[in-house]
Design a protein around this ligand. Structure first.
Ligand code: NAD
Length: 488
């Protein structure tokens, strides 16, 4: 099945930090794929702007390299690449000074296209960029800014950043990216919940035993050690990505699939979250890999801080205090250097109130699992009779909806970033975080982190390649439940 591509209006996209890692790995290859797909109109321009001294020709070479290395497995012609490069320009710029701003202003003059500015730079520069855009006359009412994560490191800093951006831009011009929201399956989660009659009547504490959200990575902190050690898994993953997934799984049906209708409902979820009790949360830190010739370093070695108390793993239990969810626990878990790379939301339904098949048939539960990566798809476990003449014995089998198979490879091609950039050009903020949402998420996260600091909490060590510290399993076992296995 071929997906329909609806071109957006011609645009000028300035990428501040256009020579950086994110631009090269995600933004530039993603734009090229949209160009090849016919969604990025040929009149559009992409303007790299960064501190690196380069001319446009040098930047185009960098773009070609980025496409080759990170563009993924897709086919394009030499002409398509040449035409795309014809839409690329570069201007050196300093976010902290005046250098380069007059040139950018000249480039952006009176073209009458959608104007967007992607802040793919250190968060310390977000405010500076917003201010300079206004100073140089580029913060018009129609301009859009795309702001990367992290958005603050606590409520106070997020509030201050929101206030700074609000000095120069209206909320409807600000696109705060959480790339998890751009994933196909995350949107499918909303389609499944609100496009079918089947699930919504059962989507509450009466029928659902608990919900788990796991985002497991096999990688360690890599080259991000310096940033990561000041952040930790709670700030880097839970406050944003896991929180967003929790919102979508738990929110009330919005009246419309429209930006504020959806974001109002998400905000209500965050505000209804219970504080997390100290014995309902486990922090971990990975140990060095053993048994492998190329031994991977421990967390502390990787960040160069032998006494670091930053967590590379978090597992927690929380509740949403509202009518729909009172009594249903939500378990969240994320970590680095775990046994597999896997992001999954699991909805575990309650057992049937009575088994007519007797104890021998076993007790069974329906499990709906929504897999974000790898192998995006949704699986519903249903109970059926075990085939054969062995009597009425029950087994669980998956009703599988693997998107790649059902829809063809075309559906897999769109990366979260490219989808979100096209949404920016369409002016659709549904899949971007609103300022009040981000602040509410920090308001819930802050006391947890402050509690650790006050108690001088030391994360529990865990083996690389495991499912995290055993304390995380204990958190579940105490409730008579267990985590889903972390499988690739
Ligand atoms: P990076 O360090 O690779 O690149 C930084 C870019 O900023 C470079 O192009 C550099 O020239 C430019 N820059 C630095 N100082 C400047 C200044 N004074 N004026 C103008 N330009 C300046 O960083 P990155 O990994 O590409 O990350 C960019 C942003 O995206 C950060 O906010 C980061 O947290 C976020 N992010 C990155 C990733 C990723 O995978 N790399 C993932 C999620 C979020």
């Amino acid at each position: 099945m071929v997906s329909r591509v609806i071109p957006v209006d011609p645009f000028d996209l300035v990428i501040f930090g256009g020579t950086g890692d994110l631009a090269q790995r995600k933004i530039l290859p993603g734009l090229f794929r949209r160009f090849v797909a016919g969604q990025m109109p040929a009149e559009s321009r992409v303007i790299g702007a960064a501190r690196t001294e380069l001319d446009s020709a040098g930047y185009r070479e960098m773009v070609v390299e980025a496409i080759r290395e990170f563009g993924g497995d897709f086919t394009y012609t030499d002409k398509q690449l040449k035409d795309f490069l014809g839409r690329i320009e570069y201007t050196p710029i300093d976010a902290l000074g005046d250098a380069g701003w007059a040139d950018l202003q000249e480039l952006m003059k009176g073209k009458g296209r959608t104007e967007a500015y992607y802040f793919s730079v250190s968060p310390a520069l977000f405010g500076e960029l917003a201010e300079r855009l206004q100073q140089w006359g580029m913060a018009d009412r129609d301009a859009r800014i795309v702001v990367e994560k992290p958005f603050g490191r606590d409520l106070e800093s997020a509030h201050a950043l929101n206030a700074t951006l609000a000095t120069y831009f209206n909320e409807d011009q600000i696109y705060r990216i959480d790339h998890y929201l751009g994933k196909e399956t995350v949107q499918n989660l909303m389609a499944v919940r609100f496009g079918n009659m089947l699930f919504e009547p059962l989507w509450n504490a009466q029928f659902i035993d608990h919900i788990q959200i796991t985002v497991a990575e096999t990688v360690g902190v890599g080259g991000r050690g310096e940033y990561y050690d000041k952040a930790g898994a709670m700030r880097d993953m839970v406050q944003n990505h896991l929180m967003q997934l929790l919102c979508l799984i738990a929110m009330e049906p919005p009246a419309r699939f429209a930006p504020d209708a959806v974001r109002d409902e998400k905000l209500k979820v965050i505000r209804a979250l219970d504080p997390v009790l100290p014995h309902h949360i486990v922090r971990g830190q990975y140990l060095a890999e053993t048994g492998n010739e190329e031994k991977m370093p421990s967390y502390r070695e990787a960040v160069g801080a032998p006494r670091s108390r930053t967590e590379s793993f978090v597992a927690l239990k929380t509740h949403i205090s509202n009518w729909r969810w009172a009594g249903t626990p939500f378990y969240l878990r994320t970590g680095k250097r775990l046994s597999a790379r896997s992001s999954e939301i699991t909805v575990v339904f309650k057992e049937t109130p009575h088994s007519i098949f007797g104890e021998d048939a076993g007790r069974h539960r329906n499990v709906l699992s929504i897999r974000l990566q790898p192998n995006e798809g949704i699986t519903l476990g249903v109970t059926i009779k075990e085939p054969g003449p062995g009597g009425m014995r029950l087994i669980d089998v998956p009703l599988d909806m693997s998107f790649a198979e059902a829809l063809g490879q075309d559906a897999e091609q769109v990366d979260a970033y490219e989808r979100l950039i096209m949404d920016v050009m369409r002016g659709n903020q549904t899949l971007f975080m609103r300022g009040d949402e981000v602040e509410a998420a920090w308001a819930w996260t802050d006391p947890i982190i402050q509690g650790w600091e006050a108690r001088n909490d030391v994360p529990k060590p865990y083996d690389s390649g495991s499912a995290g510290p055993d304390y995380a399993n204990e958190l579940m076992r105490r409730d008579g439940r267990e985590w889903r296995e972390v499988t690739p």
